[in-house]
Design a protein around this ligand. Structure first.
Ligand SMILES: [Zn+2]
Length: 321
């Protein structure tokens, strides 16, 4: 099963996890984290370019699996808050409808099955087109459109179900992944790195937040573009990621650093999402046999999101543009 370092140079088999319930998670009128985001992604993969994708339906996770990262008490209380009709909210932006409970369980189920599939060799890597997103969800509470931390649970699952010792999570969403950092800031077995607009929501992600030496934050000023982004990853994150020598890589893939995004003020273009994905494949192809699971986080301009996912998936599949 263990291959050689040529994995990243060839076409990869890539799984695409989704489920119709992710479009039923309705956050209410005018909310940027909306079902149309997934429809934009589905339009992208309807191109024949993406015919080789292995399409998978996301299964439901259990609350016990979610408890690898979150307090079981929080998870149970959240399920009790799901409304029978209309909406309920855990903060002004983080909204639940009747279908949200199943969507959260299937979002976690997607990343868990993606990890299982990559480790079993059923496919080389996977992209999980899930809603709700996860990287703002801390172990004891959700926030910022997020309820359960899909990426963090994927990393823990790789450790606890498959015995991997060292797992890395990288996050190129425009917002800092405070939830992921909170889950692992005292745990040297998980590496977490993020580039993000700073200062900005959620307020964390300063350069001096380093955990136990396992966390790298690259804050970027509003208005930063391709050069600052690539310099930050090249000078700070990739060397630390390679030094960590992970056995598995989880990506928090947010596309809201795109120049068109209405929520933030970084100026990335589609080619930057190709670049970051290609570089991560180089690291993983050379060091960990290409074992990558990528989870959708943000991205609120439908054109920018579509371009970003197109670029990211193309690289994951090994043919780029
Ligand atoms: Zn974001």
């Amino acid at each position: 099963m263990i291959n050689n370092e040529s994995v990243a140079a060839t076409n990869m088999t890539t799984a695409f996890f989704c489920h119709e319930i992710f479009e039923a998670h309705d956050t209410g009128p005018g909310h940027p984290e909306r079902p149309e985001r997934l429809r934009a992604i589905k339009r992208v993969i309807s191109s024949s370019t993406f015919d080789p994708l292995i399409l998978r339906e996301a299964p439901k996770s259990t609350l016990q699996q979610i408890a690898m990262v979150h307090d079981l008490d929080y998870a149970e209380k959240l399920m009790d808050l799901i409304p029978a009709s209309g909406w309920s909210r855990i903060d002004p932006d983080t909204v639940m409808c009747p279908e949200t409970g199943e969507a959260t369980l299937r979002a976690v189920g997607a990343v868990i099955e993606a990890v299982d599939g990559v480790i079993a060799g059923a496919f080389d890597n996977a992209f999980c087109a899930v809603r709700p997103p996860g990287h703002h969800a801390e172990p004891e509470h959700g926030m910022g459109f997020c309820f359960f931390n899909n990426a963090a649970i994927a990393a823990r699952h790789a450790q606890q179900a498959h015995g991997l010792e060292r797992v890395a999570i990288v996050d190129f969403d425009v917002h800092h992944g405070n939830g992921t950092q909170a889950a692992f800031r005292g745990d040297s077995s998980v590496f977490f790195a993020s580039s993000h607009q700073y200062p900005f929501y959620p307020g964390t992600g300063a350069i001096d937040e380093v955990g136990v030496g396992n966390i790298v934050n690259v804050p970027l000023e509003a208005g930063s573009g391709s050069k600052d982004f690539r310099d930050g990853w090249s000078s700070k994150i990739f060397p630390a990621l390679e030094a960590f020598q992970p056995e598995f890589l989880v990506i928090s893939a947010g596309f809201d650093a795109h120049a068109r995004d209405p929520l933030a003020s970084l100026n990335l273009e589609a080619e930057d999402f190709s670049w970051i994905t290609r570089k991560l494949l180089e690291v993983s192809g050379n060091k960990l046999n290409g074992r990558i699971v990528s989870c959708l986080e943000g991205g609120y301009d439908l054109v920018g999101l579509g371009e970003g996912v197109d670029a990211h998936l193309s690289e994951l599949m090994g043919f780029g543009h």
